[in-house]
Design a protein around this ligand. Structure first.
Ligand code: ATP
Ligand code: MG
Length: 178
């Protein structure tokens, strides 16, 4: 009997104006390939793969238990993953609260019995697939982004195309300003 499952990942989704800015800056930096449209740009915190349907409630409950604070992201780097031929933009260094959040969602997944992600976390927003290696390593102008929530997202396939659907969003608590 086939086991029902859904393909899930935790991610940060930029608001539309930030997404537009990322797309424009990437294109202006000479990124070539299959450009990811702005509405699909995201930063994956943890990829969970196919999650059995009966684990999803536990996963959502574990997500409810995450306490994370917000942080500023300065997307200034342009990078490339050779295997998947993906061009990406990302921060020069990963802010500690972002690293903590990525660890938190992995722990939540593990607590729900999902032990998929083994690779280290590399903060990046994929901007093009089947891309050539970018010629520069820096965006001429960085993109500022202050995420205010993280999300558990479903990656469904509709007529052969990936369609992302939010399952639940959790706010990031405002970090105290000194
Ligand atoms: P498509 O597969 O149709 O090109 P996609 O890669 O965006 O679209 P998914 O494969 O469902 O959709 O991936 C969802 C997110 O998880 C993406 O950000 C993707 O880069 C990331 N991801 C996918 N597979 C892995 C993996 N094995 N390890 C880490 N991250 C992954
Ligand atoms: Mg994929």
């Amino acid at each position: 009997m086939p086991v029902e499952s859904r393909r899930l990942f935790f991610a940060l989704w930029p608001p539309r104006d930030v997404a537009d800015e990322i797309a424009v800056r990437a294109r202006d930096s000479g990124v070539r390939g299959r450009l990811v449209p702005p509405e699909k740009l995201h930063l994956t915190l943890a990829f969970l793969g196919d999650v059995p349907a009966e684990r999803i409630d536990a996963l959502l409950a574990a997500g409810d238990g995450i306490r994370a604070v917000d942080f500023d992201l300065c997307l200034s780097r342009l990078g490339y993953f050779r295997g998947p031929r993906a061009a990406w933009v990302g921060p020069k260094t990963t802010p500690a609260p972002l690293a903590a959040l990525a660890a938190g969602v992995r722990e939540a997944a593990a607590a729900a019995g999902i032990g998929r992600e083994t690779r280290g976390f590399r903060a990046h927003v994929t901007v093009a697939r089947r891309a050539e290696p970018p010629r520069r390593v820096r965006l001429p102008e960085p993109v500022a982004w202050r995420p205010d929530a993280f999300e558990l997202t479903e990656s469904a396939r509709v007529a052969g195309k990936a369609v992302y659907r939010p399952l639940r969003r959790w706010p990031l608590a405002p970090a105290s300003v000194e």
